[in-house]
Design a protein around this ligand. Structure first.
Ligand code: NAD
Ligand code: UGA
Length: 318
């Protein structure tokens, strides 16, 4: 099939592209190579995809000729966006508006013109829930984002559902719960922790470290995308994609200490606005409709990320 991946140079987008190319699909990827984190990491991600089946377009979704780019595309995987809950306050909010909301609306308009589109998969986020009403949180529970980032991810998710309802675009929104694994962004907890462990540097914890996350290994996220593309589901569907770990940041550090066989140097500072105390998603719905279940337990996934970091961060460049 002919697949279109937005944000293909990023953490999730590049991992997804690798899998689709390995399975013999044709992949057209777009990315503007934003400077939110090191561009050399994105370029390395792209280099790893070089193959006859892969076409890369370096462009911003807000200026690209999307009508033309979506001609003949079977599935859109919309991974592009401005991530990060903690940076979305103040003047940075305009970046979130443009990358997360406006770009999604433009892509959906282009999708309307592609009559043969089989699926439009959108990378939504557990951040739409904020501090949820209950755990495990169900898709039908009231979303109450705690960060401007979460507001933009929810708005874009609503855009997907309303384009499904009004124009029959076959959208599926996947609410990813904190994704980790090799290639994880350098602003995120696990990459910061494993890099510090490899280099013997200090780890900074925001708040008490007692915050709980339902961390999800990136290969499981990729598998959910593949299932969302290939398995039938009602147009406008929304699913949680959660790894099931439900572990505190302090307990992640304890596990990393065991894996790295090193004492970790940990400093605690004030909590950051936008950070929720807990995430935890029910995956009953995605299991029932798409047949998806997380397969990588946290300890194994963290071990794999640590092994990746030992190579990626061996030289003091990134
Ligand atoms: P990432 O930053 O590594 O990848 C996103 C990519 O999108 C980047 O390479 C960036 O350059 C590109 N991009 C941004 N704006 C663009 C634009 N206007 N046009 C073209 N390209 C643009 O992030 P990630 O961690 O891989 O996340 C992928 C998606 O999943 C994002 O939409 C994010 O909101 C969502 N998500 C991520 C997580 C997580 O834990 N990583 C959790 C929930 C949701
Ligand atoms: C992550 C992603 O960054 C968001 O893009 C995504 O939308 C969100 O998951 C989601 O699930 O929807 P977050 O849970 O904050 O957000 O992910 P991490 O950066 O891995 O942080 C996990 C926890 O560790 C947070 O409580 C954070 O405050 C803490 N942390 C992070 C630290 O204590 N120190 C650090 O150096 C980094």
């Amino acid at each position: 099939m002919r697949m279109f991946i937005t944000g293909v140079a990023g953490f999730v987008g590049s991992t997804l592209a690798k899998r689709l190319l390995a399975e013999g699909h044709e992949v057209v990827g777009i990315d503007c190579l934003s400077d939110y984190y090191e561009i050399e990491i994105k370029r390395a991600n792209l280099e790893s995809l070089e193959s006859p089946g892969f076409t890369f377009i370096e462009e911003d979704l807000n200026v690209a000729d999307l009508d033309h780019l979506l001609e003949g595309i079977d599935v859109v995987f919309h991974q592009a966006g401005q991530p990060g809950v903690r940076k979305s306050w103040g003047s940075d909010f305009s970046i979130y508006l443009s990358a997360n909301i406006e770009a999604t609306q433009k892509l959906l308009e282009a999708a309307r013109k592609n009559g043969g589109l089989k699926r439009f998969v959108y990378a939504s986020s557990s951040s739409v829930y904020g501090n949820a009403e209950r755990y495990p949180t169900l898709e039908m529970d009231r979303p109450r984002p705690m960060s401007p980032y979460g507001v933009t991810k929810l708005a874009a998710e609503h855009l997907c559902s309303l384009y499904a309802e009004n124009f029959g675009i076959p959208t599926v929104s996947l609410r990813y719960f904190t994704v980790y694994g090799p290639r994880q962004r350098t602003d995120m907890a696990f990459t910061r922790f494993v890099r510090a462990a490899v280099r013997g540097e200090q780890i900074t914890i925001f708040g008490t470290g007692e915050q709980i996350r339902d961390f999800t290994f990136v290969d499981d996220i990729v598998e959910a995308n593949v299932k969302a593309a290939l398995v039938d589901s009602p147009k406008g569907s929304v699913f949680n994609v959660a790894g099931g770990s439900n572990i505190s940041v302090n307990n992640v550090l304890a596990l990393l200490g065991t894996i790295s066989e090193k004492p970790l140097d940990v400093k605690y500072i004030d909590g950051v606005a936008g950070d929720v105390f807990r995430t935890g998603g029910s995956t009953d719905s995605i299991e029932e409709v798409l047949g998806w279940k997380a397969s990588v337990p946290l300890e194994e996934g963290l071990r794999r990320q640590y092994e990746w970091a030992r190579v990626a961060f061996a030289a003091p460049v990134l």
